[in-house]
Design a protein around this ligand. Sequence first.
Ligand code: SF4
Length: 519
Amino acid sequence: MLAGSAKTTTNQSTSSSRARVFSKSRNGSSAKCREVPATRISSLQRAVTRRYVVRTFGCQMNEHDSERISGLLEHDGFEQATDEASADVVVLNTCCIRENADNKLYGTLGTLKAWKDADPSRQIVVSGCLAQKDRETVRERAPWVDVVLGTHNVHRTVDLLDHARTTGPITEILDEAVVDDYALFPSALPVKRETSYRSWVTIQIGCDNTCAYCIVPAVRGREMSRPFDQIVDEVRTLVATGVSEIFLLGQNVNSYGRDLSLASRRAGDDSVRIAPQFAALLRAVGEVPGVKRVRYMSPHPKDMREDTLLAMAQTASVCEHLHYPLQSGSDAVLAAMHRGYTAQRYLDRLHEARRTINDLAVTTDVIVGFPGETETDFQQTMDVTAAAEFDSAYAFIFSPREGTTAAEMVDKFCDAAEVGGRYERLKVVLDRTAVQKHRARIGRIEEVVVEGTSKKNPDHITGRTRQNKLVHFTADEKLRLGTYANVEILGAARFHLSGRLVEVTAIPTHRTRLAVASA
Ligand code: SF4
């Protein structure tokens, strides 16, 4: 039985949101619907400490959700395992935006079946966008999965695991975010951060746009902004634990706060202007003492405003990097994508950004072969890309995502071989510009924050500049993760710079001792 035919609507006591709750017997034969109580197993009831691994597919938003899942599990007494073999619980936090996401998930679940068969007390959780989209289909295709949960109920991970242990496999998908603050934003939950010096902070969930190729609005729901003060408070708390770099996360960050001001007006505060508050947020976060770097992802070109560019230019800690997704250089294709801007408007705003922010690096996303794209449309994308001179770009060949408008434009799908050729031609332009941009930095002294050792050469340290460029460099001393240092740039390639340490400018304040390399 498909989820859509079995769903019920229940009102949960903690929230006014609608919850669609499904459960199914392990053999899959007797599907039925019921409410899921919070059946918690206390740590005293657990004879031994259980261990977990979380595998993440997808974007920063998913990685941040995974940090919260890890935090919730550890808050409940779990310990992190090094691999599946030593784990009692495996969480697959999925993404449906990337190509072949289903194949990757079901392939991994196939491998995990033997792991589960070897010890039936082991548990498998599938969470994230693909779970939100596929719902009960996940356990129809892999009945050995214990828990399926969606994007709006990450905070229920432990409850659902406990429920599955006592009562059997469970699928719980909420249609929208719950309203209470604790559960609403991943950042409001316990966290186990992957890095000691940098932290993601969710400022907004969901998206109100309707880009024809994108599944996000369907799986992440309506746009909701997190309260301004709550974000700034979290940043202060993070700085107190040694975090110096803040990465603000949202699907369309530069519309952040519009819903908050609208809510204030509706509540009778006529002094509030209905406008986004992202520029003010950037300034407030950037001015928290101890914050050295602020980044954000992702803005939408149609919503990029002058006040945001000024906030970037005038707030010392906001990094000189703008990810500015173009998607296409053809007005016809942009209209078919429902992007809400023209190529000229995109370029005008980009030039304004470069005029306003000194030494700004710009990166982008481009989709090749969107349904109906002609050779002329593609040539326009080539022209705009060349004019924009991106520092780097993610180019994708269009692939339909079930549930999106674009997936239904079957009669307009482009010829695969032709699209492949266009992609290769675009890469030539993008790579050429990236190398030129990197070469222009040779001889400069750049500030980097140490991220680890180079994967190719463990004697080299890897750092990231304010412009978000990776630098592999040599040093005569050990440097801890999160160290700030000045590096002289000596070489340039397509994806990275190389150089040598000049001086350490700030040592990390977090306690973990993680020396990463010495030359
Ligand atoms: S702005 Fe468009 S591409 Fe970005 S999340 Fe929203 S719908 Fe998707």
